[in-house]
Ligand binder design. Structure first.
Ligand code: 21W
Length: 256
């Protein structure tokens, strides 16, 4: 890795046996909004198995006044409100207090200005022991909080959401399924689109004929070589058609 911010401890690759519980520490004004994701099938099961663990810090609990204020107007003027540095800083310190000494952890601020989340970034994040996720709201946060506490900013794509909660849930989902023991078939992970840089081939299950549409003949015979070649060809064909940008990336990867 080229550069590690000061407060970030170095990650290393974990072995595939499970000493590898991942702790998510989420700073948010809306902890309830995570309920569905945390109990939903895959993440919920990983949590039941003890492979992931979630702790919430309600940012509002660290407000300094009786109105429980967490935001204020920007110096220099401009639209909207900003989340206050002192409130966020104190909430962050409380979340960090719950992380064991010596754990490899990093603080992520979900932000439209962040590095785009990709499968390869998710793989790197899955090697940590603890991830502190900060969800912003309003127009943004005081820059000093980012300077003092944030190791990296991550975006989930170029569109405007109302806050960092949905992006945090996306990150949790993406990273959780990469933890050994969460997705049953380890092979299915390496076969995936963003591993190979190609889209998946078309797939069929019974019946053989559905409303006049036949399953491709080659899949019905037992010629595994022929099936593999057919699938390979379909992967290229549909990637070229639907996501030519991915083909460019694969070519560049191979030329390195
Ligand atoms: C949206 C916060 C817009 C701040 C100049 C002046 C986290 C997100 C978010 C949000 C603004 C992510 C502006 C993809 C997202 C998130 C809420 C700034 C615009 N520019 N990934 N005003 N998309 N979004 N307002 O929205 O917190 S990760």
């Amino acid at each position: 890795m080229a550069h590690l911010p000061n407060s970030e401890s170095a990650p290393f690759s974990k072995s595939s046996n499970n000493d590898s519980r991942l702790g998510f520490h989420i700073l948010t004004l809306f902890p309830e909004s995570f309920d569905s994701v945390l109990s939903a099938s895959l993440v919920g099961k990983a949590r039941e198995k003890g492979l992931v663990d979630f702790q919430f810090t309600q940012i509002r609990d660290f407000s300094k006044d009786k109105h429980r204020t967490v935001d204020d107007t920007p110096y220099g003027g401009g639209e909207g409100m900003l989340m206050k540095a002192d409130v966020l800083h104190d909430a962050w310190k409380e979340a960090r207090r719950k992380i064991p000494e010596g754990a490899r952890s990093t603080t992520i601020f979900l932000s439209p200005q962040g590095t785009p989340l990709t499968q390869s970034l998710a793989k790197e994040l899955a090697t940590y022991d603890d991830l502190v996720l900060v969800c912003g709201h309003y127009e943004g946060v005081d820059e000093r909080f980012i300077e003092m506490c944030v190791d990296r900013e991550i975006s989930i794509g170029d569109y405007v959401l109302t806050g960092g909660e949905l992006p945090a849930m996306v990150l949790i989902d993406v990273v959780t399924r990469l933890i050994p023991g969460v997705v049953g078939n380890e092979k299915s992970l390496s076969e995936e689109t963003f591993e190979k840089g190609l889209l998946k081939y078309p797939q069929y299950t019974r019946p053989r004929n559905y409303e006049g549409r036949e399953v491709p003949e080659v899949l019905l015979g037992g010629d595994h070589g022929a099936i593999a070649r057919w699938r390979e060809e379909k992967m290229r064909e549909r990637t070229e058609k639907k996501r030519p940008d991915l083909l460019g990336k694969t070519a560049r990867l191979k030329n390195q």
